[in-house]
Structures are given as structure tokens and as C-alpha cells.
Design a binder for this molecule. Sequence first.
Ligand SMILES: Cc1cc2nc3c(=O)[nH]c(=O)nc-3n(C[C@H](O)[C@H](O)[C@H](O)COP(=O)(O)O)c2cc1C
Length: 385
Amino acid sequence: MRFLTAGESHGEALSGIISEYPSGVKIDEDFINYELSRRQKGYGRGGRVKIEADQVKILSGVRKNKSTGSPISFLIFNKDWQNWRQKLQFEESLLNPRPGHADLSGFLKYRLESIRDVIERSSARETAARVCVGAFSKLVLKHLDINIYSYVEQIGNKKLAGTLNALLAGDVNIVQILEDIEKSPVRCPDEEISKLMIEEIDKAKNEGDTLGGKFKVIASGLPPGLGSFDQWDSRFDARVAAAFMSIPSIKVVEIGEGFLAPFFHGKEFHDEIYYDDIRGFYRKTNRAGGIEGGMTNGQPVIITASAKPIPTTVKGLQSVNIKTKNIENSLSERSDVCAVPSAAVVGEAVLAQEILNAFQDKFGKDSLEEVLENYNNYKKYLKEI
Ligand SMILES: Cc1cc2nc3c(=O)[nH]c(=O)nc-3n(C[C@H](O)[C@H](O)[C@H](O)COP(=O)(O)O)c2cc1C
């Protein structure tokens, strides 16, 4: 499956084309819109999310609510476009780039007259289209019993500890935890830590400042053998890392306990292999985060991503006017204070899309029926071996 997105932050619409999407998948628009609404939530988002109520409009590749195998094209209209139509035509050139944004390099690279032309496309508004592609991917993954969920682990210096181990050990009510995550304004399952995170965001907002943070995305129900060690670019870990890195503001992608790995000895770090007749091959730990040798190993895939603080601040940071070379504060406009909860939802989308891709590489891409047939055969083989 391949896709392209187009569209600008304050343009009429975002658009996307998904190619090589399997036929025979029931396309549930309500589910896609629900996923789009999850991206828009999150304490710390700016005024924009109050204007938009993202809805997908599917233009092709679907008939009688089922994918046909032809390219799917879609639109997500920007309600805010009406407010910007005139402004975008008559606005004076913006010349004071924001540190931490694409502004300066984009202006120089494309030989532009105003930073506006950089802002419009480099804006994370594009992630709405990514979430839409992720939702299409999740519609296939549902048939394969693969679940993807996310939560926020850190905002500023307010941190959550322990949830992942409890989730993986199965000694908690997973449904309850997932409900708590969706209910929390910051996607954090712990009510007390959620409150501290909200306070942290309020404090940053009052000081005209911004925050970053850390989130986890977990995919369960994967078989061993997605991805490959055959070539560098078929490694599942490489693809997943690139996908997460493509989310604006993400600066670190960690697989399993990758960040702590150098502090372990080999005897302690690696997830030893066990076997019994019911579970087949299994592990008691998952420090590898479900990926070994560029392939899934049958354990849940666990990704942690760190987002830097939002670059747009109310008063701006020191910058230089590109034309006059005078020192000026960087430009400022309506912006989020913290977008980590939304980034987590985008993380789910990019992981879903990479998992679907890896599934299609191994089990076929033309129709859902073919993917399911091949996958069931593989599961049978795994049971019999
Ligand atoms: C969901 C989401 C919303 C974001 N909202 C804003 C925003 O309102 N203002 C802003 O300056 N940056 C925002 N960012 C971050 C910037 O888009 C990002 O830092 C910038 O494009 C530079 O890219 P880089 O951080 O990957 O280098 C957001 C990121 C995400 C994932």
C-alpha cells in the first residue's frame, strides 16, 4: 500500500491517495471520522481544533461501502479556510523564521518570498490525512485481530510509570485502562498524573511557553515474521522508525527497551525463548519490543516516541529578518501549547499503516480474502511446526 497526501494548513482541503489497498474491505466512514476526532482532542491544543470537525469525503476506490482495489482518494475539508482565503492573498511577507520549524530552511530551499508558503505545508495539519490513511489501515487490521493503542507517558517533566508492564502482564483490566486513556484529556491512564500533566500545560500556557513529551504505541496480535532481514529497507524496525520520525516534532523513536539496552548485559537483556503446547514459542519478557532481526517475533510491538516542545511561542524566540538581517523575534500565530496526546494518535496511524504494508508484503495485497487465506495458512503452519 502506498499513499500520498497534499493540502495546506489553511487551504480548502487536505487530500490523499491510497494505492494498492486490498479490495473487499468494508469501509466504515464513522470509524474513520472517529479516528480523525481522536487526533483533534487533547488538552493543550490551540483554537484551531474548535473550528475544525474533521470528516472524510471519499471520492474513489469504494463502491457499496466496500473497497474495490482501485486507488482510494479522499478529502478532509478545512473549515478555517473561509477565514483565511482573503488573508492568504493579501498578507505581507513573513520574514522572521521560527527556530525549531521548517521556516528558514524551507524559505531558502524553495526561493520563496514569504515564510507563509513554508508554514502552510510543513504544518502538522497534514497529520489529519495520515490519521485517515491509518484508519483505512486499521479497518483491514481488525480482520486480522490486531489491536493498536497508545498512551502518553510524559508531558514536560510529569511522568507516568508502570502502565506498560501492567498491560503486558495482563494483570489489569485492559478494557478499563483503554477507556481511562480515551477519557483522559491528555491520554494518560492515571487520573492523578493526568491532573499533574494538565497543570503543567496550564503553567506553560500562562508563561507563554510550550511543552513536548513522550508517548507509547503498542500493537498486539502480530504473527512472527513480518518484515525481513533480506535488505536494509525491508527491515520492519527501519520502516517503523522512519514512519514515526516522519511525524512532525518526533525526535526519538525507541523500540522496546532500546534506550536502556546499553545499560544491560547480554545475559539480562535478551528475551529468552520458551515453548509449550498451548502457546507454542513464547517469551517471559519483551525488552526487544516485539522485533528481532528486522522482523516481528510474535510479541507485542512497543514503540516509544519523544516529541520536542512546540516551536511556536506567543512572543517568539530570537530570530533574524531574512531580508534586513535585523534581529527580530520569530513570528507567532495561533498555536498549540502541547500536542503530545494528538501525536500519540498519529503514532497509532503510522504504525497501523506500516503493519498493513508488512502484511501485504507477506500475504498478498489485492484482496482482503486473499490476505486472510494466506494468513490462515501461515497460522496453521505455525501451529503444526
Ligand atoms: C499533532 C501535532 C500538532 C502540532 N501543532 C503545532 C502547532 O500548533 N504549532 C507549532 O508550532 N508546532 C506544532 N507541531 C509541531 C511542528 O509541526 C513541528 O515541530 C515542525 O513542523 C518542525 O518539524 P520537526 O519538529 O519534526 O523538526 C505539531 C505537531 C503535531 C504532531
